[in-house]
Design a binder for this molecule. Structure first.
Ligand SMILES: [Fe+2]
Ligand SMILES: [Fe+2]
Length: 196
């Protein structure tokens, strides 16, 4: 077992950063709490516990903290970014990694690597991958956060458009996520079971 989601969410160090994020961009704050909660559930389901569960959940809650370094108008623009804006946006994992300098490396690394396992993921140089995926435990945490992050955009009520069936969601996410598809299946199964 390990700390509960609320307990981790309410930690002073986590709240400090979330306060800044909520003032910078409310939508990213909502998304971050959702991703944190979902990642915690998937962690428990995969028998991740103790410190590892705490690292997973903390990293999931703070995975997009680097967006406080990105202009909110770019964050809200979604899909239609110019090449320059896209380049800036792609800086957010590295900014997050740097901002969280006082946090454990097993929190910082998944923050750095949370977009690696998506189609055309980033950052992708061997050195960057090493930073993002250090030792064997971390890629699991990184992959779970990457999968949950992808899933949240499709499953969150604010973006949820019409009656998409679990099978369709799984197919879409499997197409977009290059990591272990087991996590996709678990997330979608978990989501539809808990909301039925
Ligand atoms: Fe991100
Ligand atoms: Fe995200």
């Amino acid at each position: 077992m390990g700390a509960g989601f609320r307990e981790i969410l309410n930690k002073e160090k986590v709240q400090e950063f979330l306060d800044i994020l909520s003032q910078h961009h409310a939508g990213t704050y909502d998304h971050s709490v959702q991703v944190g909660q979902m990642a915690h559930e998937i962690g428990v389901l995969n028998s991740i516990n103790g410190e590892d569960l705490e690292h997973l959940t903390t990293a999931a809650i703070l995975h997009d903290i680097g967006k406080i370094g990105i202009d909110p108008s770019i964050i809200s623009k979604n899909g239609d970014l110019t090449p320059k804006e896209k380049e800036l946006m792609r800086e957010h994992p590295k900014i997050g990694y740097d901002i969280l300098e006082d946090f454990h490396k097993h929190i910082r690394k998944p923050v750095f690597g949370h977009h690696v396992y998506q189609k055309g993921g980033y950052p992708q140089t061997p050195e960057d991958l090493q930073n993002g995926c250090g030792n064997c435990k971390v890629p699991i945490l990184t992959q779970i956060i990457g999968a949950v992050d992808k899933a949240d955009s499709l499953l969150s009520p604010r973006d949820y458009k019409g009656p998409m069936r679990p099978g369709q969601v799984i197919a879409r996410l499997r197409h977009d996520f290059t990591g272990n598809h087991q996590y996709i299946d678990q997330i979608v199964h978990n989501y539809f079971n808990s909301t039925l």
